[in-house]
Design a protein around this ligand. Sequence first.
Ligand code: CU
Length: 218
Amino acid sequence: MTQRHVFGSVFAVEASIAVFLFLLVLALFGYALIRRRAGRQAGASRQAERPALEKYYVGVLTAFAVFLVPWTAWQNHQEHRSPRSAPVRVDVIGFQWCRTFGYPRSPARRSVTADCRGKDVPTLVVPTGRPVQLRLTSRDVIHSLRIPQLRHKMDVFPNHVNTFTLTLDHEGRWKGRCAEFCGGRHYAMDFWVRAVSPREYDRFLHGQPPGTGTGTAA
Ligand SMILES: [Cu+2]
């Protein structure tokens, strides 16, 4: 299960519960307004406490929490399960203000970088249908790798390697950004993620260009 699917299902369930509760509160509020509106000469209740109602309220909130916490944790576990096939490894190095993508098992294309000016942004090329393990580190300050459409985000620290695995099930190209303010040209740290077929990925590793992606081989 990909992170996008996990995020989508968690978001759908939690948003549905939130919308339901919001509408319920609005309905009760509207009911109270209509029932007790001015001019009906209805006196205010003299009851200071409603312990039974409060217990019911706490019980409902507890029930939601008891369901949501383990369920969300389980979904998270599904996403982080060990991949069945060996992952493709890519080393990602952030720096002010761009990135380098390294392919340690490719003698012809060890790293891809750019200077992140204008259209000269690097492209992370990955194969479809295979887990891709990204190993993230920084050469200077804290950055963050974010791919909004794929729901991926991971902070990037100097002197530390953060790892996450993504699997893309179809070909395409998505914009990636930096999500941690890292200096004057933080806004320019864009990159592309391009998923290609395994055959095209092999050709890319042997030095051929990955279709329409930009970036230069070093
Ligand atoms: Cu940044």
